[in-house]
Design a binder for this molecule. Structure first.
Ligand SMILES: *Cc1c(COP(=O)(O)O)cnc(C)c1O
Length: 363
């Protein structure tokens, strides 16, 4: 880890906290943020924790025009004993650097970024809600800041980490969602940026999402960008199926985002000796399995919801109901195990938990 000097300036006026038992996702932000700058001459410099505040940029800053930016998403959990816990945070820092590489952005020092995050969390500990299922959502992101309208990689960047207390994703137990299989739009193509967490992927997905929403579906199932045959993701989550006892997830092909939750689920399934394969899977195969009665479960996976069971697919004018529209046994077991590991109530056989210790803070 590089030996950066971190400046910390605390706010004079702490904000009034929102009611932690009725939080919406991503609406409230804590008192402080982490900021660090980059220039081609200096590299990354001037790491600091400062009061949460607006960002001032020139209108010509490159981020506003060509979208050269990356982000991450992870959570801090408060255990019953009052420990601050992270779940595999080093995976997020690694992935941020993979996204950086794809977007021609400079790599961050992963170890330092994690250290900076821990310092920020030590300052904002009171913002981690303690109600069951709530957490503090962490959003690290990097934007291109050079004032220049040429299409080229920026020569300057800003790395920031902001924090947002979030409510329980499932307030009345896990509820399966209805999914429309997207036939017109695609999320990503091989060779594109689908495997990077970069803004454009999400901007490009909104139209399909809006149209599915208007038809009463909560998300879309994305098919591959070339043949529109093979399943890639669901909404902004990875997707798993259970067919005739075997768990299947689409193999990472360059257009699928490599989820930390996805990877953790694969390790758990293999640990439990459940038959598993990572391969190409077509919508036709899902349709056939449904017809034969062997499609047992389908669910999305990601940091926000952990597991989001799918109760119905709409495909080619047919409604395919899965497991009577109820949450499957495997989805439930995975949800309980992963959240148990995250909140510290379940044993952690893979060493995924990282505790943020108070002494991390050296102001
Ligand atoms: C972030 C994300 C996921 C899930 O990744 P996790 O690391 O499990 O949160 C899946 N698909 C897309 C498109 C994503 O942006």
């Amino acid at each position: 880890m590089r030996d950066y000097q971190m400046e910390i300036s605390l706010t004079a006026a702490r904000k009034q906290k929102p009611a932690f038992d009725q939080l919406q996702f991503g609406r409230h932000f804590t008192d402080h943020m982490f900021v660090m700058d980059y220039s081609t001459e200096k590299g990354w410099y001037d790491p600091r924790i400062i009061p949460y505040q607006p960002v001032t940029l020139e209108p010509s800053a490159m981020i506003f025009h060509y979208g050269q930016t990356v982000f991450e998403g992870l959570k801090a959990y408060l255990s019953k004993e009052g420990q601050v816990l992270l779940f595999r945070p080093e995976k997020n820092m690694e992935r941020m650097n993979r996204s950086n590489a794809r977007l021609c952005m400079p790599p961050i020092d992963e170890e330092f970024a994690l250290y900076a995050l821990k310092q920020l969390l030590s300052i904002e500990k009171d913002w981690i809600p303690s109600y069951e299922g709530t957490s503090l959502y962490i959003r690290p992101f990097i934007i291109s800041t050079e004032p220049f309208l040429g299409v080229a990689p920026s020569n300057s960047y800003r790395f920031m980490i902001i924090l947002s207390p979030v409510g329980a994703y499932y307030k009345e137990g896990i509820n399966p969602v209805k999914i429309s299989v997207e036939q017109e739009f695609v999320r990503a193509v091989q060779g594109g940026t689908g495997n990077a967490k970069t803004a454009g992927n999400y901007a490009g997905s909104l139209k399909a999402q809006e149209m599915a929403g208007n038809s009463g579906y909560s998300q879309v199932l994305w098919l591959d960008g070339k043949e529109k045959k093979y399943i890639e993701e669901v909404g902004s989550m990875n997707v798993f199926f259970k067919i005739n006892g075997e768990v299947i997830t689409p193999v990472l092909n360059g257009s699928i985002l490599d989820g930390v939750t996805r990877d953790s689920i694969i390790q758990l399934i293999e640990h439990w000796n459940i038959p598993f394969s990572e391969r190409k899977i077509s919508m036709e195969e899902i349709y056939q399995a449904h017809k034969e009665g062997t499609l047992e479960e389908a669910f999305g996976t990601g940091t926000a919801a952990v597991i989001s069971p799918i109760g119905e697919f709409f495909w080619q004018n047919e409604q395919l109901e899965i497991n009577n529209g109820e949450t499957g046994e495997l989805a439930k077991k995975l949800y309980d195990t992963l959240t148990g590991i995250q909140y510290g109530t379940h044993e952690d056989p893979f060493g995924w938990r990282v505790e943020v210790l108070e002494e991390a803070l050296n102001i």
